[in-house]
Design a protein around this ligand. Sequence first.
Ligand code: ZN
Ligand code: MN
Length: 135
Amino acid sequence: MQKRQNFSRKRKAILDVLLSTEIHPTAEWIYQCLKPDYPDLSLGTVYRNLSRFKEEGIIVSVGVVNGQERFDAVVEEHEHFICEECGAVMDIKYQLLPDSIDQQLARSCGLQINSHSLIFYGVCSECQKSAKVSS
Ligand code: ZN
Ligand code: MN
């Protein structure tokens, strides 16, 4: 019983970390965040819980950046930008695409569209600034 309570406490803590940040963290980042409060937490437990959350549809994977998967607790469809310099993953907070885009594609290609994801790659404004400073 004790063990089980402990497990769900960690599970909740992992989800809370994801919900409290916009950086789309890696498993490692979440682990480092929780380590001070949960000294017996292992990276494997973080990975296991994240893949369970993914299966349950509570979180999504945005993609792999520099070899590490990035997670998002915002599961509503939205677009992302990934900085190729610093690896930042950001939400695009503009309505870029018409709501009808899925239906348009379905009609013109005869496909059934269930969802879509769109990622833009480039250099974020912070990295553009520091490039100017150093040149
Ligand atoms: Zn950057
Ligand atoms: Mn996002």
